[in-house]
Design a binder for this molecule. Structure first.
Ligand code: ADP
Ligand code: MG
Length: 703
C-alpha cells in the first residue's frame, strides 16, 4: 500500500494516545485514559510515570527543554522554558523531569493581565497540566522544546487564562446534556463533549513592503491607505487559482500542522485579494482551541520563511473584506452520536428538537454576551459592515427546520419535513445529486449548517476559548432548566412536546433566515427587540450583568470576581489597542506623510516658478490648482493631527477602565478617522515616487 506523506508525518511531534499506550506501563495508561475520558480528578501517583515516559520520548527527539504552555488573558500563548538538566554532584548532569514538574508550574503571574485580581491576591500564579490535551514538541531556532498544555490560575485559584473556564464550561454542558439524554432513555451515554472546528481566515503580504509600514508592524492593520483602482468587486480571487508563493506557504503550513496532529484539511483563496483560509477537521473543544492557537502561530512563522507576513487582524485593509473565524460547534456523545444531527425527518426527532430549542433560547437570552464573546477591537471594523454578519445576534435555521418550527408553533404538531429533492444539472455527462434540504446563509452570525452551528461572528485573531466558553455555559444553563422541568414531569412525552413548543414560541424572534446585510434587517431586528450592539466596549457590561454572574457562578465556570476582572481586562485591552493605533498614526503623519506632502507641494511650487520664468505666457493652471488643493489638504492634515494628539493625551490621563475605553471610542477613534481622510485623499494626488509607504495596490496584488 502506498503511504501518503500525510500519514508519514502526521502527529510525529505529539505525545498522543498511541504513543502513551506504547510507552506507559499498562495500569498507568489505563488510569490516565479513564481520567481523560471520564473527566476524573488526576491521580498524582500516575504523574511520575507519565512524566518519565514523556521525557524519554522528548529526549529521543532532541528536546533539551520543557515548558508549561498556557493561554493568558492576552489571547496569545505563553511559555517559559526549563532545561531538563539536573547536576549530579560530581560535575556532570542528568536529564530529569518529575511528576511534580509535569503537573504544576509556578510562573510569576504579575506581568499577565489579571484585571484587578492581582491587587487583591498574590502575584504568584500556577500552571496545571491539562491532561486532556496532548503534549507536543516545538521545533525552532531554539532547538526542540516539550510543550505541556496547562491551565493558568492565581495563588487563590482564580482563573487567569482562557483554558480554565473553557474546561469548566465543557464539564457544565456535559453534566446537563447527559441528564437530558437519560430522560430519553440513553443510559449508555456516559459523557457528552463539545466538538469545535475553527475556520481561520488570514492575509499574506510581502514582508519587505510590510516592514515599510509602521501601522502594520505595530497594530496589524493599515491606518492609512487609499483604495486601489481594483478591489474585490470582480470576485475573481475567491476560490481562484493559488499563486506559487502562496502555494509554497500553504504546503509548509499543512506539513507543520500535520506534524503537530492538527487536522489541516481545507485551503482556498478568500474574497479579498491576498486573503486566504485554512480549515481543520473539528475536534474536542479544548484541543481545537489549542490547535487554533498553534495554527495562528505557525502561520506567522511559516510566512516569514517565504518573505511574507501573515496578517491575522480582522480588518487589515479598509474597503476590502476583513478576516473572521468561523466557530463550528456541536455536541457529541461518547457513543459517537452528534446531538445536532436532525436526521432525514427532523420533525420526528424530538430529542434533536429539544436540543435545538435549548440552543435557540440560550442564544436569544444571552445575545449581548455572545456578541461580546466574539469581540475584539479589530472586529468592530467588521461586524455590521456588509462583509461579516451584522452585530445583531440572530439564528439561521434554514427552510427545512424553520418549517418544522413553524408547524410546531402554529399547529402544536410538526407533521412533515421538507426534503431537498434532486438537483439536475441538465448536462448528461454530469451526475445529478441529492440537494441539501437547506441552502447556506453567509450573512447570519449564528447559522445552523446541517449538523452543527456555525458561529460566524468571531474575530479572526481571537482565541476560540472565549466564544466556546460562553456557548457551552449558556446552553448548559438552559439544559439544566429543561432537565429540572422534565425530570418532574409525570408524562414525559407530553411534557417534552409542550416544552419544545413553548421554547420555540417564546424565542422565535431570534430566528431570522433572511439577508442579514439588507437595510431592512436592523429595523426589523429593532421591532423584534433584538439588541444591536455595535461596539465591543458596549458589549463588555454583559460580562458583569447579574444574569451572567448567576449563570456562570451556578455552573462553576467563572465567579463574580473572575467575571469582573475579565471586564476590566477587556476595557484595558480596548484602550491600549486604540492608544497604540493613535500613536502610530501621529508618528506616521508627523514623520512620513507631512514631510512627503511638503516635498510634493515644494516641487509643484518650483515647477510653477520654473515654467513661468522660462515662458511667462505658459499656462500653469494645472500645477496651481494641484498646489492649492494639496496645500489645503496639508492644512487639514495638520489640524487633524493636532486634534488627535490632544485627545490621545487626554485619554491617557484618564484612569483605566470603562470611562477611558469609552473616551478612546468616542473621541480618539473619530479623530483618527479625521486624520486619515485628508492623507488618503493626498495619496491620490501625490507622485508615487514621493509617497513614503507602499500602497494598497502594492500590498494586495503583488505577492
Ligand atoms: P461549511 O462548508 O459549511 O463551512 P465544512 O464541512 O467545510 O462546512 O466544515 C467547516 C468546519 O466545520 C470544519 O472545520 C469542519 O471540521 C467543522 N465541522 C463539521 N462538522 C462539525 C461538527 N459536527 N461539529 C463541529 N464542527 C464541525
Ligand atoms: Mg464554513
Amino acid at each position: 500500500m502506498i503511504k501518503s506523506v500525510i500519514e508519514d508525518i502526521f502527529a510525529e511531534d505529539v505525545f498522543n494516545d498511541s504513543v502513551m499506550r506504547e510507552r506507559l506501563p499498562k495500569p498507568v495508561y489505563k488510569q490516565l485514559k479513564e481520567t481523560i475520558d471520564k473527566d476524573l480528578e488526576l491521580d498524582s501517583h500516575i504523574a511520575g510515570a507519565v512524566a518519565h515516559a514523556m521525557k524519554e520520548w522528548a529526549l529521543e527527539r532532541g528536546a533539551t527543554h520543557y515548558t508549561h504552555w498556557f493561554q493568558p488573558m492576552t489571547g496569545t500563548t505563553a511559555e517559559k522554558h526549563d532545561a531538563f538538566l539536573t547536576p549530579t554532584g560530581d560535575g556532570g548532569v542528568i536529564m530529569e523531569f518529575s511528576g511534580k514538574e509535569l503537573i504544576k508550574g509556578e510562573p510569576d503571574a504579575s506581568s499577565f493581565p489579571s484585571g484587578g485580581l492581582r491587587a487583591t491576591f498574590e502575584a504568584r500564579g500556577y500552571t496545571a497540566w491539562d491532561c486532556t490535551s496532548p503534549a507536543f514538541l516545538k521545533k525552532d531556532a531554539i532547538g526542540v522544546t516539550l510543550c505541556i498544555p496547562t491551565a493558568f490560575c492565581s495563588y487563590t485559584g482564580e482563573a487567569l487564562d482562557k483554558k480554565t473556564p473553557l474546561l469548566r464550561s465543557m464539564e457544565a454542558v456535559n453534566d446537563q446534556a447527559v441528564r437530558i439524554l437519560k430522560l430519553f432513555g440513553h443510559n449508555d451515554v456516559e459523557s457528552v463533549s463539545v466538538s469545535v472546528g475553527a475556520e481561520q481566515e488570514y492575509f499574506l503580504v510581502d514582508r519587505d513592503k510590510y516592514l515599510q509600514r509602521e501601522d502594520l508592524i505595530f497594530t496589524g492593520r493599515t491606518l492609512f491607505g487609499a483604495m486601489p483602482p481594483k478591489g474585490q468587486e470582480l470576485d475573481d480571487h475567491y476560490f481562484g487559482t493559488i499563486k506559487e508563493r502562496v502555494a509554497a506557504f500553504m504546503k509548509e503550513l499543512n506539513e507543520e500542522c500535520w506534524k503537530l496532529g492538527i487536522l489541516a484539511k481545507t485551503q482556498h483563496n478568500e474574497v479579498a485579494p491576498a486573503q486566504h483560509e485554512m480549515a481543520p477537521i473539528y475536534s474536542t473543544a479544548n484541543i481545537a482551541t489549542d490547535h487554533n492557537q498553534l495554527v495562528m502561530e505557525i502561520m506567522k512563522k511559516v510566512a516569514k520563511r517565504h518573505n511574507l507576513e501573515c496578517l491575522l487582524h480582522e480588518k487589515p485593509f479598509a474597503g476590502v473584506n476583513g478576516s473572521g473565524k468561523h466557530d463550528n460547534w456541536s455536541l457529541v456523545t461518547n457513543t459517537g452520536k452528534n446531538l445536532l444531527d436532525p436526521g432525514k425527518t427532523p420533525h420526528e426527532n424530538v430529542q434533536f428538537l429539544l436540543f435545538l430549542s435549548a440552543i435557540i433560547r440560550a442564544v436569544d437570552e444571552n445575545a449581548v454576551l455572545l456578541r461580546f464573546s466574539a469581540a475584539n477591537p479589530g472586529n468592530d471594523h467588521r461586524l455590521g459592515a456588509n462583509e461579516a454578519p451584522p452585530a445583531i445576534i440572530s439564528v439561521f435555521l434554514g427552510e427545512q427546520l424553520e418549517d418544522v418550527v413553524d408547524q410546531l408553533i402554529e399547529t402544536g404538531e410538526a407533521k412533515s419535513s421538507l426534503q431537498g429533492g434532486r438537483l439536475t444539472t441538465g448536462v448528461n455527462t454530469l451526475p445529478d445529486f441529492r440537494r441539501d434540504a437547506t441552502d447556506r446563509n453567509r450573512t447570519s452570525p449564528f447559522a445552523f449548517t446541517g449538523n452543527k452551528f456555525e458561529f460566524r461572528m468571531v474575530a479572526s485573531s481571537l482565541s476560540v476559548a472565549g466564544p466556546n466558553t460562553v456557548l457551552n455555559t449558556i446552553v448548559a444553563d438552559v439544559l439544566e432548566d429543561m432537565a429540572n422541568q422534565l425530570e418532574k414531569a409525570e408524562d414525559f412525552d407530553t411534557a417534552v412536546h409542550d416544552l419544545i413548543k413553548k421554547t420555540f414560541t417564546e424565542h422565535r424572534q431570534v430566528i431570522f433566515n433572511g439577508n442579514g446585510y439588507s437595510e431592512e434587517w436592523p429595523k426589523e431586528a429593532e421591532r423584534r427587540g433584538l439588541p444591536n450592539v455595535k461596539s465591543m466596549v458596549d458589549a463588555i457590561p454583559s460580562l458583569i450583568d447579574p444574569k451572567t454572574i448567576e449563570i456562570f457562578e451556578k455552573h462553576h465556570v467563572l465567579s463574580k470576581v473572575e467575571l469582573e476582572s475579565r471586564a476590566e481586562i477587556n476595557y484595558e485591552a480596548y484602550a491600549k489597542a486604540i492608544n497604540i493605533e493613535a500613536r502610530t498614526m501621529i508618528d506616521m503623519a508627523s514623520k512620513k506623510y507631512i514631510p512627503a506632502i511638503i516635498r510634493h507641494t515644494t516641487s509643484l511650487a518650483e515647477s510653477i516658478n520654473a515654467v513661468k520664468s522660462a515662458c511667462p505666457a505658459a499656462d500653469v493652471s494645472v500645477q496651481t490648482e494641484l498646489l492649492t488643493t494639496s496645500s489645503a489638504l496639508l492644512t487639514k492634515t495638520k489640524t487633524a493631527l493636532k486634534k488627535l494628539e490632544e485627545v490621545t493625551s487626554q485619554a491617557n490621563e484618564k484612569a483605566e477602565g470603562e470611562e477611558q475605553a469609552h473616551f478612546f471610542m468616542d473621541k480618539v477613534m473619530p479623530a483618527m478617522n479625521d486624520l486619515r481622510a485628508p492623507i488618503d485623499e493626498l495619496e491620490m494626488l501625490v507622485d508615487k515616487e514621493l509617497w513614503p509607504v507602499p500602497s494598497y495596490a502594492d500590498m494586495l496584488f503583488e505577492v
